[in-house]
Structures are given as structure tokens and as C-alpha cells.
Design a protein. Structure first.
Length: 179
């Protein structure tokens, strides 16, 4: 999507990027503290109207801690505290006429929320895995709950403890058939 000549002014506000990280090569850990995107939401607006907004952990002082460790097989494990709560808002319908091609329908007027939080007093943890026989890989929710919300969906997509997330395999294309 490219702005045409004569488009209204675009204002982008990035609230900031903050955090501190340390690496312990002996213990093979990466520790990130108070990772955040500043003191408020980041956004883009056109003619004073917000068309995109990103907000991270608004209820947790806008930040989180993360620790990455590695299992015996070298697979990474990500532990978050207290939670990861990312909110995205799109209202590209407000500038639809200014774009050289229409925005995808899921960005015209939609809000998304990715929430990864702990359960039972434990913080949320994700682990990478790989199935050896088929070489399929993915993520496993080792602790907590991962949810994806959409303002247009009645229920969120939820992955609870022990759930796995995998990319879908592409089926081979058949000559003469649409993909």
C-alpha cells in the first residue's frame, strides 16, 4: 500500500523501546528485564485519526521480563513474567480512499490481542520442539495459556498447557489445479 500524491499527513509516534539484557555463556541463558515499548501506546494517525495502534502490557507497567534457556537437545525455552499482552488496533478504513489499493479486510476495522499468561501461580513458558521421525517443529505451551483474540471473533483461539502450535505443511501443488 503506497500513499498517492496529495495524501494527508501521516504522524507516527513510537513511545519508546526499553529493556536490559544479559547473557550468561556458562549457564547458557539470556535474561531480559523490563522489556517494553515506552510509557504509552505507539501509533500512526492520519488527519488526527488513529489508523494503527500497538500497546504492550498496559496493566503491567508496560513491560515484561523474559528468560531464555536451552534444553539438553539445544531447544530453546522462553519464560515470561508476569505476562505478555500485546494489543494491535487497525482502522485502515479511515484512509481507504488515500491508498493506491484497498487494505485487506482484516485490517480495515479490527483489533487483535495476543495474551500469554501464567496459571496456578506459575509464569507462562513456551518451549520449541522437533519431532524426529518427521522433522516437524513447533512450539509447546509448557506452562500457562496462550490466547489470540479478535474483535470480530466470538471466542479467542486458546492454547493451554501441553498444547502444541505447528505451522501447517503446504500440500504439493497438482498441475492444472489451483493452489
Amino acid at each position: 500500500m503506497i500513499r498517492r500524491t496529495g495524501s494527508p499527513d501521516l504522524r507516527v509516534v513510537v513511545a519508546g523501546v526499553v529493556g536490559r539484557g544479559t547473557v550468561d555463556l556458562t549457564a547458557e541463558t539470556l535474561v531480559f528485564e523490563k522489556v517494553g515499548l515506552g510509557a504509552g501506546p505507539s501509533y500512526a494517525e492520519v488527519r488526527g485519526q488513529r489508523v494503527v495502534q500497538l500497546d504492550l502490557n498496559p496493566q503491567d507497567q508496560r513491560g515484561f521480563d523474559a528468560t531464555v534457556t536451552f534444553g539438553p537437545d539445544g531447544s530453546p525455552r522462553l519464560a515470561i513474567a508476569p505476562r505478555f499482552d500485546l494489543n494491535l488496533m487497525f482502522k485502515l478504513m479511515l484512509i481507504k480512499a488515500e491508498l493506491s489499493s484497498p487494505p485487506p479486510a482484516h485490517l480495515e476495522d479490527e483489533s487483535y490481542r495476543l495474551l500469554f499468561e501464567g496459571a496456578g501461580g506459575q509464569g507462562p513458558v513456551l518451549e520449541a520442539f522437533e519431532d524426529q521421525p518427521h522433522q516437524r517443529s513447533g512450539l509447546r505451551v509448557a506452562s500457562g495459556r496462550l490466547q489470540l483474540f479478535s474483535s470480530k471473533a466470538a471466542e479467542p483461539v486458546t492454547a493451554r498447557c501441553a498444547s502444541t502450535l505447528r505451522a501447517r505443511r503446504k500440500k504439493p501443488s497438482v498441475p492444472g489445479r489451483p493452489p
